[in-house]
Design a protein around this ligand. Sequence first.
Ligand code: MN
Length: 259
Amino acid sequence: MTSVPALAATVDRVALADPLFISDLHLSATHPRTLARFERLLASEARAHAELVILGDLFEYWAGDDATDDDVGNAVIAALRAVAQAGVRVFVMHGNRDLLLGEDFAAAAGATLLADPTLAAIGGETVLLAHGDIYCTRDVAYQRFRAQARNADFQRAFLAKPLAERRAFIGQVRAKSEEVKQATAAEIMDVTPEAIVDAMRAAGVTRMIHGHTHRPATHGFVLDGRSAERWVLPDWNLDAEPPRGGYLTCRSTWQMTRW
Ligand code: MN
């Protein structure tokens, strides 16, 4: 039986020694330079780290682990497997675009799927990791879609459809989502500050890392009398002018590298 991605992400606690975080690469055949930069990152910078942690939307879309004719998917799997074989632990969280990544993908890539959110122990600190879309609570229509798309029965039924039918459906959803994005106020598509505070308080953390919003930043604030920090990862598009992307590391200090 095909594994159900919503259930496949079972790891929600992880210890990280020297992570490199990326998210929102939105890899697809229409973005060859972005794919090439990802492959270069995995062949170079990532190998200097103990862990590569991908916080969602690695792919622009994922029709299912049985889409083995997908050149981009195969290139990414090969690159991840190579870095994993070089000794880097690879973790992949689902985004809203690639939430159908399942156990077959993870096994082929040498990766571990992370639940959204996940608690990470990093250098004696607990850090909340998330894709970020769950905190966009002002976008009620999106949250309704998100709940459906992450429902195990829905995913099981969807993955039982022929691949061509799934691809056609995903094409429609992507076109619709572009329309909605154009028509929705920017602040509605950003995270809700109260939702962030609630999540961090519930998790008992003062640091959080997420992507999704494509608004890379470090937000410092006070949470229940303690200083807190929220890091928002940059999205990648090396096929745009100017090209953009980057990653977050934490050695002596937390550091965002952007290009
Ligand atoms: Mn996203």
